[in-house]
Write a protein that binds this ligand. Sequence first.
Ligand code: DON
Length: 552
Amino acid sequence: MQMAVAALGSVPAPPQAAIASAHPAATSAGREILEAGGNAFDAAIAVAAALAVVEPYSSGIGGGGFFLLHRAADGHETMIDAREKAPAAATVDMYLDERGEFVRERSLNGPLSSAIPGTPAGLVHLADHYGRLSLKESLEPAIRLATNGFIVKARYHRMARFRQSAMVVYPSTAAIFLGDDNHAELGEVIKQPDLANTLRLLAEQGTAGFYRGEIGYRLIAGVRAHGGIWTQKDLNDYEVVEREPVIINYGGIRIVTAPPPSSGGVAMAEAFNILSQFDLGAMTPNTRRHIVIEAMRRAYRDRAEYLGDPDHVEIPLAQLLSVDYAKFLAGDISIDHATPSEALRPIGVSKGEDTTHFSVLDTQGNRVAATLSVNYPFGAVFVPDGTGVLLNNEMDDFSARPMTPNAYGLVGVDANAIAPGKRPLSSMTPTFLETGNRVGILGTPGGSRIISMVMIGILDFASGNKPESWVRAKRYHHQYLPDEVQFELGGLTKDEQLDLRQRGHRLRENNRNYGNMHAILWRQSKGEVSAASDPRGEGSADVFDVSIAHQR
Ligand code: DON
């Protein structure tokens, strides 16, 4: 992997700060912390914790994720890997029945589907190593939100209905998120006193307040009483890891993005290196789209074969990131015809919505791109009694059986097989972009489609457009298997569809829009900051002055 190197040139500070997140209450929590003298890293704690309260279907302290950081003072770039880890008692075939068939229910619902949470340790690490304020100060807005409650809006309502039948199996969990009558009505206020208490203990005691003591005990008791396999040792052993970002150069853009155990950076590196072999600017938009799809197909193929937790498997990174390899892969792309996925090198198997993204820029130039998750909407739909902590079902991101698709249709082999203490492979791709006079911050939820969405956002940045345009850009996707171009409702015009069909692509239009991208642009040359929230979601983007007098 390339070494993390300092950002391009020496740059002035941004004239304004910006925050874009999936919920207005989270954006204002971050603003409150910046205005109280915090930096972007403190604000990221406040935003992440607030989202854990108001967007429980997407992320939370029972989940995990990645925080990509850029520190302005010295150009230090790193990714805090707060991804969940499999418990020590996890086994390679834990979701298979006696006949070896995959039982999806076991990897999706209830605490057997939950990996050891990483977000609490991530927030503590951020405060200890990067923040200016105490963890207590930065968690205060979230504790207030959990205590006072938030109002159910359309998105929450839709997600709650989607997971209602699974959640009612756990009545004390349903009582928190669906209310007494098991329906989260629009306008209903959801208060989470237990979560407020857990956040308070985390604020006061750091990791010990969550992974040990009263909360640790209750987490283990609740998980084990309902078929889970966590132990106190699993909680004691959880640690975040700082990892060097993947750095790609594409058409003069320096792309700083997520390394393994995310597949995002490596897959994007392959795809962009393939695109660099073509003169996209000289092509018609239809041909360009076809080439982008072929690059996605090849990158997702390698994701399935090679990628997994780098602490457990040998990943041939030098090969996957090399330009020579991209030239080889580009060699069999036809300008006119789709390559059937089955015509690519076969993957040897013999050797055995919801998530959230937010972006922050402070007036020093510090940046955070964070993508956090509990995996499926409302994760495992299970809260251990007395904790308020909704657990993730991130175990489903492992490949439960070679080449058997997970909930996002993704396949994998040994590299992403279940093993004790291993992190499941992710697609979450928080990303920074730099050209020397423009800095971009972006990312999105969306399971397997995260990588293609971020790619489409980057291509729009490359065309010189602003965040309003990146977050709106129509979305299409290819993930090798199934061998089809997926696209969001209305994502391709009839003519565009016809063009792809004529080239031999199979198409599938989703019945909805997808993604929820929140992005920031700082135009250094113009001293201008702008931000945008995906119109498909309910988020908010805020650009505001922070008086230097407030900066400690
Ligand atoms: O880490 C991953 O790739 C998945 N757990 C992300 C899930 C997700 O984005 C769901 N959102 N729609």
